[in-house]
Design a protein around this ligand. Structure first.
Ligand code: UD1
Ligand code: UDP
Length: 360
């Protein structure tokens, strides 16, 4: 067997890291194939360093291309590499263009497709991620569902039960493996002038949010009002490059109390999350980490493929209306929260690698 670990964006690098570690520990032959979708050092290289990952054996250059050219170039190049390396399994994670291209390239060659984070559904087909997830799940031979709800989604779509394994999500493994290292970085708070337990931490990068000036403005205004309601706290916003580009195009002179920072590495971000009073985000991974790190979360979207966080009462969907964002934050801060383990026990990667090894 020979596993191609296909990755290309920030969340894929983070969530693949425990799988790479588990493959290495079990002595399974694997190599890393980087699609090049993310390429800025703060979105890519820093995670290889923080998570002590080996350098990719293959590095594509597809970052920043328009969708049709990006996915097309990825399929062509990934197909060539899978064939030359005689890969038997293509391991993909999540819902990005890299995932879809990896799955399509493998399907063309008859290479088995293994999908970590199978079965997540927002039921919103306008999102590129939802289309990528559905297509990938319907091509995959191994469906590693993080939760039983994700398993139900797959069964509801008629996918065969024998392909599905509920494993938990490797984000829990990644957080557990790195939390102690992150804790050692608490001088970061001092450098940013933040007080533990006081500040709000924000991220936003979804196409449907930041490419819409009205929605982006709504999020920023919500954060600004939150900063005004808690003047001693402050809001820190980690700026994804897509968001940075959009922000440069709008007039933000009215914006107050929000401090923008460049994206930080995983260890620094874990530290910032775990010491925050509340998270405001449209990120999938950050909603999961909120539940793992036990920090309440306001999600600035109209839907989520992580509904278990809503059911647990630790995450609230607020859309992008400024007043709803503030009210959602106040509602979470005003009541005691219970923190069930939603995404597994931190051994998802072992289960996945074990299943792949059994298959041979
Ligand atoms: C992608 C994924 C999204 C995931 C996110 C993780 C798709 C359809 N979207 O969105 O599901 O949540 O990654 O962060 O696959 N850019 C840089 N440097 C980088 C990366 C991006 O400057 O390292 C800029 C480029 O202008 C690029 C734009 O950001 O065109 C958008 O990047 P892209 O990878 O297309 O989408 P994301 O918004 O990052
Ligand atoms: N993250 C990070 N630094 C930052 C912002 C986020 O390391 O400045 C991490 C975060 O801990 C999470 C992941 O990036 O694990 C989420 O990635 P993103 O929001 O880009 O994508 P999504 O999860 O929405 O697909």
């Amino acid at each position: 067997m020979r596993i191609a670990v296909i990755l290309g964006t920030r969340p894929e690098i983070i969530k693949m890291a425990p799988l790479v570690r588990a493959c290495a520990e079990r002595g399974l032959p694997f190599f890393l194939l980087h699609s090049g979708q993310h390429y800025s050092p703060s979105m890519d290289r820093v995670f290889f360093e923080d998570l002590e990952l080996p350098q990719p054996a293959h590095q594509l250059e597809t970052g920043g291309l328009p969708y049709r050219l990006q996915v097309g170039a990825m399929i062509r190049d990934i197909r060539g590499i899978l064939a030359a390396e005689k890969a038997t399994v293509a391991l993909v994670q999540g819902d990005t263009n890299t995932v879809l291209a990896g799955a399509l390239a493998a399907a063309k060659l008859g290479v088995a497709i293994a999908h970590h984070e199978a079965g997540l559904r927002s039921h919103d087909l306008t999102m590129p991620e939802e289309r990528n997830r559905i297509l990938t799940d319907h091509l995959a031979d191994f469906l590693f569902a993080p939760t039983e709800a994700a398993q139900r989604n797959l069964l509801d779509e008629g996918l065969p039960p024998e392909r599905i394994l509920v494993t938990g999500n490797t984000i829990v493994d990644a957080v557990r493996q790195n939390r102690a290292l992150a804790e050692r970085r608490d001088d970061l708070l001092e450098r940013l002038g933040l007080q533990a337990g006081c500040y709000f931490l924000a991220t936003a990068h979804r196409q449907e949010n930041v490419d819409s000036p009205a929605r982006l403005r709504g999020i920023l205004e919500g954060l600004s009002r939150l900063a005004a309601a808690f003047p001693a706290a402050g809001v820190v916003f980690s700026l994804h490059p897509r968001t940075r580009a959009r922000l440069d195009q709008i007039d933000g002179t009215w914006l107050q109390g929000v401090r923008f920072i460049e994206p930080v590495g995983f260890l620094d971000f874990l530290l910032l999350e775990s010491r925050a009073r509340l998270l405001v985000t449209d990120s999938g991974g950050v909603q999961e980490e909120a539940s793992i790190l036990r920090v309440p979360c306001v999600t600035v979207r109209d839907n989520t493929e992580r509904p278990e966080t809503l059911e647990a009462g630790i995450n609230v969907l607020a859309g992008t209306d400024p007043e709803r964002i503030v009210q959602a934050a106040l509602s979470l801060l005003g009541r005691p929260l219970a923190w069930p383990d939603l995404y597994g026990d931190g051994h998802a990667a072992e289960r996945i690698v074990e299943a792949l090894a059994r298959h041979g």
